[in-house]
Design a binder for this molecule. Structure first.
Ligand SMILES: NC(=O)c1ccc[n+]([C@@H]2O[C@H](COP(=O)([O-])OP(=O)(O)OC[C@H]3O[C@@H](n4cnc5c(N)ncnc54)[C@H](OP(=O)(O)O)[C@@H]3O)[C@@H](O)[C@H]2O)c1
Length: 413
């Protein structure tokens, strides 16, 4: 077996999210500890400056690698030298394809933060066979989209089976509360997705397909389009509005189910929404959420308005303030229905102690990278999801080190 220079390389370390991943890795694993890791970027001077800012006197102890998405040889050398590439270079559809191809070819594990469904669809179609052959585990969506959804569903199904010997035919994911902000890179990725759709309308069909990420020629399921209006949820006894990440997360959870071999049954259903409360106020809030989400989609889909929006949102490299991240949080509930007895339905609570998009996401992707590098995983190579690639070991890491909680409501009372 060839020995790699690094266990993990963080590519994109000069960006808003990459810096946070670097800081978390240094705090959690040290810069010269047992785990061999490095940071990578395309500009040596900027990378050195950012390392100095983030790590201070420890900056020189952490190795740097230069790699530009426009220079395939630089990427090939990075990929050949490491067990896991953890990338925060986005929009991924613009800068990420060569890296994925090389990881699949050379058997290097990979994790990212993309939410670009059309790009994941294309990467799976093009490189799945190479990744299976080389043993590379390629894992997209290792941030707030879609770890709480994917591991949350995996967790509640595990607990349902443990408690009652059955799996739930339906799981609902509901956002109870969250606070945080958005970065320039995320806005750029959303804008790019809409721009690509304008040029190639087939992309809209892929984005709208509830099973867009399911393996081709394998059974799909009974889920329809994502929620777009205010709806009353009898299980939660509250109104709900559309959740902006549902279009990504639901596809990931459905792919997990397929990759695990459909353990939750041929009729398994999964959906996501935001809880807005009971009564007229809950209905009004749900209607506002639905209106706001619809408006954003229309604005982003119309070029002149998109350009206007581009002037008021954060630029690449910018993002929420430190205090917004430190005071941020998220709380999700997942409800799993028991197929035999509604009294045995379970509700799981998934929490994070920082804002979802950055403070918590940087821990999720960092722990995913370390998990892929050092944990004893059962999964084979291919395009996997967080749950199908890393399941229990990643839940343990995120609860022990990543500030996340996975629990069953009412358990132990
Ligand atoms: N799923 C989630 O929960 C979640 C959360 C946060 C972020 N994200 C995603 O993560 C990505 C990064 O977001 P961000 O806000 O951190 O973006 P950002 O601040 O704009 O950072 C982008 C990074 O990519 C690098 N880069 C750009 N072009 C490159 C190229 N040609 N070759 C090599 N590196 C290049 C930049 O390098 P320079 O510094 O040299 O320009 C920078 O390091 C986005 O796609 C965003 O959607 C997802």
């Amino acid at each position: 077996m060839t020995t790699k220079t690094y266990d993990v390389v963080i590519w994109g370390a000069t960006g808003f999210t990459g810096r946070l991943v670097m800081a978390y890795m240094a705090k959690t694993y040290g810069v010269d500890g047992e785990l061999k890791w490095a940071v990578a970027g395309r500009n040596a001077t900027k990378l050195a400056e950012v390392k100095q800012e983030v790590l201070g006197p420890d900056a020189d102890k952490l190795p740097s690698v230069l790699a530009d998405s426009n220079d395939e040889e630089s990427l090939r050398s990075l990929v050949a030298d490491t067990k896991v590439v953890c990338t925060t270079v986005g929009p991924y559809a613009l800068y990420g394809s060569t890296l994925v191809a090389l990881c699949a070819e050379l058997g290097t594990h990979y994790c990212d933060l993309t939410g670009e469904v059309q790009w994941m669809h294309q990467m799976i179609e093009t490189h799945q066979s190479a990744a299976e052959a080389s043993g590379a585990r390629i894992v997209h969506t290792c941030g707030f989209d879609s770890i709480p959804s994917d591991l949350g569903t995996y967790f509640i199904q595990r607990e349902m089976h443990k408690a009652h010997g059955v799996y739930a035919p339906r799981v609902k994911y509901r956002v109870v509360g969250s606070s945080g902000g958005v970065s320039g890179g995320t806005v750029a990725s959303m804008m790019n997705m809409m721009e690509e759709s304008g040029v190639n309308p087939e992309i809209l069909d892929i984005i709208a397909d509830p099973y867009a990420l399911n393996p081709p020629n394998m059974p799909r399921g009974e889920d329809g389009p994502d929620q777009t209006t205010a709806e009353y949820d009898r299980d939660f006894r509250q109104w709900t509005g559309p959740f902006v990440m549902a279009g990504i997360n639901t596809r990931v959870v459905r792919r997990t189910h397929a990759l695990l071999g459909y353990p939750w049954g041929a009729h398994f259903r999964y959906d996501e929404a935001i809880l807005t409360g009971d009564g007229p106020a809950g209905f009004a809030k749900a209607t506002l959420v639905a209106g706001g989400t619809g408006l954003m989609t229309r604005v982003a889909g119309f070029e002149p308005l998109r350009n206007l929006l581009g002037r008021v949102v954060p630029a690449p490299g910018e993002g929420p303030s430190v205090s917004d991240m430190e005071n941020g949080f998220f709380e999700i509930e997942l409800r799993a229905s028991n197929p035999d007895d509604p009294a045995k339905d379970l509700t799981a609570v998934v929490t994070g102690d920082r804002d979802p998009g950055y403070g918590a996401t940087c821990k999720m992707i960092a722990e995913s990278a370390v998990c892929l590098a050092v944990d004893d995983l059962e999964s084979a190579g291919g395009f996997l999801t967080p749950a199908s690639a890393m399941g229990d070991p990643l839940i343990s890491r995120l609860t022990e080190k990543g500030g996340m909680g996975f629990s069953i409501k009412g358990a132990g009372e």
